[in-house]
Design a binder for this molecule. Structure first.
Ligand code: SF4
Ligand code: SF4
Ligand code: SF4
Length: 300
């Protein structure tokens, strides 16, 4: 692991710098491109499974990514921080590597990782297109993701297994289905269990929002939310230009009021820039700590 440290650190710095440049120069219109590229990057293992003769030798690595990325999936080649944390705990190893990756990315980018990089975030944004948004859960439910975060570790210790991945993760279906389709070594029980779990979370999302998982349940989102106030990507609001039209509030995937700087916004804003795009008065922007707006304009 010590020999891999320069490679890991170098990769982290490159990804963070590229993300800052994309956000600085590209703006929200590049968010979907960033999400799709990140999805493809995390699923490069698909080249191991191509039909026909040629298969790229893409190994599963011991590397850890900064996003939720089910590593049961045959197409994955990097580990998920939540899954790896449990592996370290059950093997009685201190998870310095997991902490390093999560703290490094989290302090640099905060929940912009959720808005711009997480492959599961892309899937949830896509699911959102069919959601009704009729039910708005109480804000205290946002605390549930912190309960899950603590529960991930406690359950791993008590059961000496990756309990949370096996029984509670929304994203596990994305690992189970490709495995079932390719190797067919997944039992009918696991397939049905994870279909039922997915149906449960999805039904909740259907009535609330596609990103309900990110708002209320994701333990990785919980870690990034705690680092979000210190990250280098900021959402800014200038009341001088605001006409109180509330258009920004209607489009926020995290159920926030973008004109407020309350604790909920500080923790849960994924810096997606949807509010800034929706605001016709230029009262909102997503910018870096260097003071430039997401569209490259200098802050006044
Ligand atoms: S909250 Fe979790 S699932 Fe949602 S985008 Fe962030 S890391 Fe991904
Ligand atoms: S969309 Fe812009 S102008 Fe309208 S309430 Fe939001 S910040 Fe104010
Ligand atoms: S407040 Fe704006 S930038 Fe933050 S999550 Fe909501 S829409 Fe995205």
């Amino acid at each position: 692991m010590a020999g891999e440290f320069p490679l890991i650190l170098g990769s982290m710095i490159i990804i963070i710098v590229v993300m800052m440049i994309v956000i600085l120069l590209g703006g929200p219109k590049f968010r979907l491109v960033s999400q799709v590229l990140s999805f493809g990057f995390h699923r490069l293992g698909i080249f191991r499974k191509l039909p026909g003769g040629w298969h790229a030798p893409i190994p599963r690595t011991s590397g850890i990514t900064c996003t939720l990325n089910c590593q049961a999936c045959e197409l994955a080649w990097l580990g998920c921080p939540v899954g790896m944390l449990q592996q370290y705990v059950i093997n009685f190893r201190l998870p310095f590597y997991v902490f390093g990756v999560v703290l490094g990315f989290g302090t640099a980018l905060g929940r912009a990782i959720c808005g711009w990089l997480c492959p599961f975030g892309l899937i949830l944004d896509t699911c959102n297109k069919v959601c009704t948004h009729k039910y708005r859960p109480p804000d205290w439910l946002r605390l549930w993701k912190y309960i899950y975060l603590v529960g991930v570790v406690i359950l791993a210790v008590l059961t000496a297994s990756i309990f949370w991945c096996r029984y509670l993760c929304f994203g596990a279906l994305l690992g189970v289905v490709p495995y079932w389709l390719t190797w067919q070594t997944v039992s009918a029980f696991w397939l049905i269990y994870h279909l039922a779990l997915f149906a449960f979370y999805f039904t909740f999302s259907y009535f609330t929002h596609g990103r309900a998982w990110c708002r209320y349940f994701c333990p990785l989102g919980a870690v990034f939310s705690l680092l979000n106030p210190f990250s280098s990507i900021k959402r800014r609001y200038d009341f001088k230009w605001c006409t109180q039209c509330e258009r920004c509030k209607k489009v926020c995937p995290m159920g926030l009021d973008p004109t407020e700087d309350d604790l909920k916004s500080k923790l849960d804003c994924v810096k997606c820039g949807r509010c800034a795009r929706e605001c016709k008065s230029n009262a909102l922007s997503v910018s870096t700590v260097f003071g430039y707006t997401i569209t490259g304009k200098k802050e006044t």
